[in-house]
Design a protein around this ligand. Sequence first.
Ligand code: AP5
Length: 213
Amino acid sequence: MNIILVGPPGAGKGTLAERLIENKGFAHISTGQILREALANKTKVGLEAKEYMDRGELVPDEVVTRIVMEKLKEKEIQKAGFILDGFPRTINQAELLDKGLSSTSVRLDYVIYLEASEKTIIRRLSGRRICRGCGKNFNIYTMQPKKESLCDACGSELYQRDDDKEETVKNRLDVYKESTEPLIDYYRKKGILETFDGDKQIDDIYSDIMRVL
Ligand code: AP5
């Protein structure tokens, strides 16, 4: 099964993807994570993406689409079924994805739309902390680590993402409304959109989704 996760920043796409992967063994393709890794490794793509990400803007469509299409060619990913998290993010990216997949046997089964209120989003993003070692996600308000500022899984230090600062979050939300929200209608018209209440606790969201998939 192949799934796309759509929703505003902080709606819980990464958290849900983690849960689905743990329980169902999907391959995870998160464009945000791939770009952050590219930046940490100081690759050309990473350094080019940095200026956009720091401003909360979208990295050019052709850059992210190339990354995703390369991943989707991997046999392991096709075999496991994938979760696309944070891609597509524009109608153009969605059309490029459709075009890329049309010459393969890979099909999209569901687009999971996590709807979340602005109040939830701002609280979650300002509280998010990430492990420097294994990348696990925590939240000082909603998913606290057992020891302050340390990862439960590997004990490494937790940090705050640069683009989770208040000014950047505001821009990310504006960019989401303008460029990404139109995807909801795009996929609704294709008949593969399922909408879930992202304001709920992750266990409840997961159960809601399992009833549909
Ligand atoms: P990306 O990393 O994709 O960021 P995003 O879409 O803004 O999403 P987030 O990672 O902020 O949020 P999330 O929905 O995954 O929430 P999470 O589960 O972490 O992209 C970053 C940047 O990269 C973009 O701004 C852009 O520049 C670039 N980029 C990426 N893809 C691109 C593309 N396709 N095209 C162009 N540019 C691209 O949860 C947030 C917090 O809340 C966590 O702390 C978590 O623990 C907590 N939480 C989550 N769910 C719950 C819950 N149900 N209850 C309580 N707490 C919860």
